[in-house]
Design a protein around this ligand. Structure first.
Ligand code: FMN
Length: 336
């Protein structure tokens, strides 16, 4: 208790927020890692009642997880897991390491609880991530989100997904195929039915070759129209894919009240996309309630979490809420 008073982690996080977004993110995660190494995470973030939940043959200590992007390289699996999340999704990972887009590329709009990012899949490559997965101690579920390198086009882009799939499938509890980042040029074209079918067919083939029997999700954009969504549902139902993650960031920056940001390039996340993303979730659930769904986009509190569950999500993920509110959001969301 004394230690908790002397070393105020929440205050430290507020100070970190004064730094540029990516530096602030790293400082916060490395501080958390230090607390974890000193075995102090439980003092600062006490565990709460288990809310065990079974989903697709996996057991989760609760339904709340981190969304892809928060820990792209799996460097922080154990410290983040120690905060009480039921599951973590690491990545997006690509076959080769890449530096992503030029900085600045992350913009926080704190008064609207929002983030705009155009990172462009900066990551250390799939081989690095696999080593991190092998070393993890976290007992909870860890999914791996896979993507394609920026320079890969056409068939090479599909090959990138296959390479990542081959390398991570032994070490992942589930896999997410990310076709919805707005920051890799042309990636969202994979929502188009012909392109999507080619990608899904290739992955289906690989699933059979590897005898992969764990869940595999497709992560989609919230900006698709109803025709595109129906086609995606159809394609998924014809494939080995298990379900959908709804959704990635939106390119519609007019969801922000502050017009200064409307022309920013990148994907919008956080509170302004909550309604749009949850509406898409419920449209999909109404069209086919048999598809397992993970809801993500704009969850800031317990009420938002419940809205995702009520819209049809089996599990819920957060990213921006964790940045805006800090680690205490886990306890706030999971309160009874
Ligand atoms: C800075 C940042 C980086 C992200 N990187 C990824 C990524 O690498 N792969 C991915 O599938 N989604 C990525 N996302 C999207 C999130 O996983 C999530 O789908 C989206 O932010 C909506 O959730 P939120 O409103 O809780 O943030 C990123 C989001 C942010 C804010």
């Amino acid at each position: 208790m004394l230690l908790k008073n002397i070393f105020n982690f929440e205050l430290l996080l507020s100070i970190f927020k004064l730094f540029p977004p990516e530096l602030s993110h790293s400082l916060a995660l490395y501080s958390l890692k230090l607390l974890y190494k000193l075995k102090l995470v439980n003092i600062f973030f006490p565990r709460f009642k288990n809310q065990e939940f079974s989903f697709l043959g996996m057991t989760f200590s609760n339904r709340l997880g981190t969304a892809a992007g928060l820990d792209k390289n799996g460097d922080f699996i154990d410290p983040i897991g120690a905060l009480g999340f039921g599951f973590l999704e690491v990545g997006t990972v690509t076959p080769k390491a890449q530096i992503g887009n030029p900085k600045p590329r992350v913009f926080r709009v704190f008064d609207e609880e929002a983030i705009i990012n155009r990172l462009g899949f900066n990551n250390k490559g799939v081989d690095y991530l696999v080593k991190r997965l092998q070393k993890r101690k976290f007992q909870g579920v860890v999914g791996v989100n896979i993507g394609a390198n920026k320079t890969s086009q056409g068939q090479k882009r599909i090959d990138d997904y296959i390479e990542c799939f081959q390398k991570v499938h032994h070490y992942a509890d589930y896999i997410t195929v990310n076709i919805s980042s707005p920051n890799t040029p042309g990636l969202r074209d994979l929502h188009n039915s012909d392109n999507l079918k080619k990608l899904i067919d290739s992955i289906d083939e690989e699933i059979k070759v590897c005898k992969y029997d764990k869940p595999i999700f497709l992560k989609i954009s919230p900006d698709e129209d109803s025709n595109s969504i129906s086609e995606i549902i159809h394609t998924i139902n014809e494939s080995c894919f298990t379900g959908l993650i709804v959704s990635n960031t939106s390119i519609d920056k007019s969801l922000l009240s502050n017009k200064d940001f409307h022309d920013y390039e990148g994907g919008l996340s956080g509170k302004p996309i909550m309604n749009k993303s949850t509406k898409l979730l419920s449209i999909i659930f109404k069209e086919d309630s048999s598809i397992p769904l993970i809801g993500v986009g704009g969850v800031m509190d317990h009420e938002d979490f419940n809205k995702k569950i009520n819209a049809g999500a089996g599990l819920v993920q957060i990213y921006s809420g964790f940045i805006v509110k800090g680690p205490k959001i886990v306890k706030d969301i999971l309160k009874d």
